[in-house]
Write a protein that binds this ligand. Structure first.
Ligand SMILES: Cc1cc2nc3c(=O)[nH]c(=O)nc-3n(C[C@H](O)[C@H](O)[C@H](O)COP(=O)(O)OP(=O)(O)OC[C@H]3O[C@@H](n4cnc5c(N)ncnc54)[C@H](O)[C@@H]3O)c2cc1C
Length: 430
């Protein structure tokens, strides 16, 4: 018996192990656990891999996270802004138009009212959905701009299967109230969130990692399906009976020799974005206007910026502010500026919109490039993904997590994905 082997020690792999009574060995290419939920500290500042907050409604996950940090977490109502041409309005803009140029507000309202008639018309793609949900002006001036910045593609390229849990379609009354009054209308999908008091987001995973058997520095490079054998970059070989994989689906497929042509073809069409994270430590304590903000301007490099020190005071030394800017890119939209210049451009952008001043003392600059950020939901996404996952499962390989399942999963959903497979394989009977 070679047992059940797990690939990847992110939240999904750790959750699988935890719910499988740790009767599995995890092979992880990096030197530490956490994957995309990992946090790193440098010179007194702690940064996550892109903003990470827990807004799960799942009671089981909430308790597990809380127990991991011995109930030491902050609970927040999010303060989030949309920035448009130097105007700051509360997010989402659809229900908080007041403060934007009058002509733009009028056009948004006229188009929203016109769109009401088409509201329930089936949409062939994300762009059509935006226009029928919000009207042309909202769609073009805000969502399409953000689509190109975050998804790195035009909205017509995307399907709508991911929108339901993320984008609220306000009523006319909510839009009008937001345009005419100062009363903040919160229809954002995050109404409250938690964040660990210490150690960054990664701390929420502590309990699951505590007894996991993890072998670090083991990067899968070859997978022999016939003999159920794994080969790692350090030359180590390992047989398995069942394989649970949380590593990105295209990476896993790349490791497999002698694949059926249609599986290879489907995998070559899986698309995703990458993200560059610009982390800044500033010696000034009162820079944060909010928890995070979105910028609807394509000349402003980052899509989203957050203040890490506003999530937890322990994320920055006293009197300092931690800032992280996210810049997305992909094969569809390569980085506009050469990688080494991204830092400088992001700082210039933050000065332009008044977050930083020219003479601010930036005492830390740090840069990370994450190869996998978001799965792109294009027209063939569902067909290709299902074909691959089906083929793998027939070969006793179960894929879990955001990049294993190849879906737009938040961390709680990635955790539950690992738990589900543990239960399927008998973990609930231990
Ligand atoms: C920018 C950004 C912001 C996010 N914000 C939030 C948020 O606010 N709240 C929220 O709940 N979720 C958020 N998420 C989603 C969350 O990060 C994911 O759902 C979760 O981290 C996915 O975990 P995972 O275990 O599935 O994958 P991963 O964390 O990617 O784990 C996979 C592991 O496999 C390892 N690996 C890869 N290749 C190999 C190989 N060949 N051999 C061995 N090991 C390998 C990796 O090193 C990694 O440790 C965000 C994601 C991103 C990208």
């Amino acid at each position: 018996m070679h047992g059940v082997v797990t690939l990847g020690a992110g939240i999904a792999g750790l959750s699988f192990s935890y719910h499988f009574n740790h009767l599995t060995e995890i092979y992880e290419k990096e030197g530490s656990w956490g994957g995309h939920c990992r946090s790193h500290s440098t010179e007194g500042f702690t940064f996550d891999r892109g903003i990470h907050i827990s807004f799960t409604k799942d009671d089981y996950v909430r308790k597990l996270f809380a127990a991991s940090v011995a109930d030491q977490y902050g609970e927040f109502s999010p303060v989030v802004y949309s920035v448009f041409a130097s105007h700051w309005v509360r997010h989402p803009v659809e229900t908080n138009l007041k403060g934007l140029p009058a002509e733009l507000v009028a056009q948004c309202l006229i188009d929203f009212i016109r769109a009401e008639q088409n509201r329930d018309r089936p949409a062939g793609n994300y762009r059509e959905w935006l226009i029928s949900s919000f009207g042309r002006t909202f769609a073009e001036r805000f969502h399409s701009v953000y689509s190109r910045k975050y998804w790195t593609v035009d909205p017509e390229y995307l399907t709508t299967e991911w929108v339901a849990q993320r984008i609220y379609r306000p009523t006319l009354e909510e839009v009008l109230r937001g345009a005419l009054s100062d009363q903040f209308c919160n229809v954002y999908y995050i109404d409250s969130f938690r964040y660990p008091a210490k150690g960054g987001y990664q701390s929420f995973l502590r309990l699951m990692a505590a007894e996991a058997v993890i072998r670090y520095g083991f990067e899968l490079v070859e997978l022999d399906l016939k003999n159920k054998k794994l080969i790692f970059s350090n030359g180590f070989q390992r047989y398995y009976d069942t394989l649970v994989s949380s590593i990105p689906l295209p990476e896993l497929i790349r490791c497999i020799k002698d694949l059926p042509a249609e599986v290879k073809e489907a995998a070559s069409r899986l698309a995703h974005t990458s993200v560059v994270l610009v982390n800044l430590g500033v010696k000034k304590g009162d820079l944060a206007k909010c928890h995070w903000f979105y910028v609807y301007d394509e000349d402003f490099l980052p899509a989203r910026v957050h203040f890490s020190s506003n999530l937890s005071g322990s994320n920055a030394p006293p009197g300092c502010t931690g800032i992280q800017a996210e810049i997305y890119h992909s094969t569809f939209k390569p980085l506009k500026v050469p990688a080494p210049d991204v830092m400088e451009r992001a700082i210039e952008n933050l000065i332009e919109i008044g977050i930083l001043a020219k003479d601010d003392d930036i005492i830390l600059t740090d840069y990370q490039d994450l190869q996998y950020a978001n799965v792109i939901y294009d027209r063939n996404y569902r067909k290709n993904r299902e074909l691959i996952l089906d083929f793998l499962e027939k070969n006793h390989i179960y894929c879990i997590g955001r990049y294993g399942e190849w879906a737009y999963l938040w961390s709680d959903q990635s955790l539950l994905s690992g738990k589900r497979v543990a239960e399927k394989l008998g973990g609930d009977t231990f």
